[in-house]
Design a protein around this ligand. Sequence first.
Ligand code: ATP
Ligand code: MG
Length: 362
Amino acid sequence: MSKIILTGDRPTGRLHLGHFVGSLRRRVELQNSGGFEKIYIMIADAQALTDNADNPEKIRQNIIEVALDYLSVGIDPEKSVIFIQSQIPQLTELTFYYMNLVTVSRLQRNPTVKSEILLRNFETSIPVGFFTYPISQASDITAFKATTVPAGEDQEPMIEQAREIVRKFNSVYGDTLVEPSILLPDNKACLRLPGTDGKAKMSKSLGNCIYLADTPEDVKKKVMSMYTDPDHIRVEDPGKIEGNTVFTYLDAFCTDEDFAEFLPDYSCLDELKEHYKKGGLGDVKVKKFLLNVINKQLEPIRVRRKEYEQNIPLVYDILKKGTQEAYQVAQQTLDEVKAAMKINYFDDQELIKGQSEKYKEK
Ligand code: ATP
Ligand code: MG
């Protein structure tokens, strides 16, 4: 079976380091590995509207931001299909049929839905569209017959829900859809990168992000005020590594070469950690190192972004072409789904013949 990737992001803001380590970095590697037949990357504007219905302008403005971030991290439109979700009505149509295969209580048990409802303070006024977005996500994945979804850990329950829908669909209507699997980052620190405030997840909605497009000055401000070990007050005090965001970021980003380049007193991260735990290593020194490590990663991204920013019509053109290609693929799957469900009345000569004969006999 051919290997196909589908991933995406909500255009609710610019992309940040959490996206980078959780998914973007992997996408670029996979794209360049040649091991996949197709890579679809979706800007999930329809999903973003499920909790931003009163602010479509925000979504509209951020589509280009996400597209610029994609191109600047190295997503190559010659190799990957970048498209806009709302322009593929087939996805909405699939969602409507899949809805019949999922119970309300199953959605209520979805841990990601639960935590996102809490995060957004919806309490009892949850928009129906938001509540059902895991089903819409199953449509996005299955429409492209994706086998692989590179994503952060928060997406695991979503992929599980999609797999259940596929199994249910195939058992009721016959083998049509492909079961996807999630591809998690292999580095533990990248599964769910915490925010600069130390909170569990770096997230646009929590305002605790370092954005890919941040200037070196922005990054400096954010890194220097990052959450560390609150009990590590004097340089000579022993410090804690667990829950210390600066070290989690180093786990996610730094390599031994970074030590040689920026902090040659240490050969690797383990040595730095040992010194911090023992005492005698100040937060400022570690933060300055982290700042260098992050800026080294972000610099080429900033440079490429600047280039694309000078050619916005080209970026829209890339999105339009990708969307046209995605449209065709989704239509093909929708045709197969409708045939499997036997709701393809006008294409089914057998049906017309059978019905005619039924009446002829009378
Ligand atoms: P929003 O607050 O609008 O939901 P978000 O910052 O959570 O935005 P999404 O667009 O929901 O970002 O996530 C897109 C992708 O990035 C998903 O694959 C998700 O797993 C991954 N991702 C987002 N935040 C992180 C993070 N902090 N660590 C690892 N992966 C992340
Ligand atoms: Mg999210």
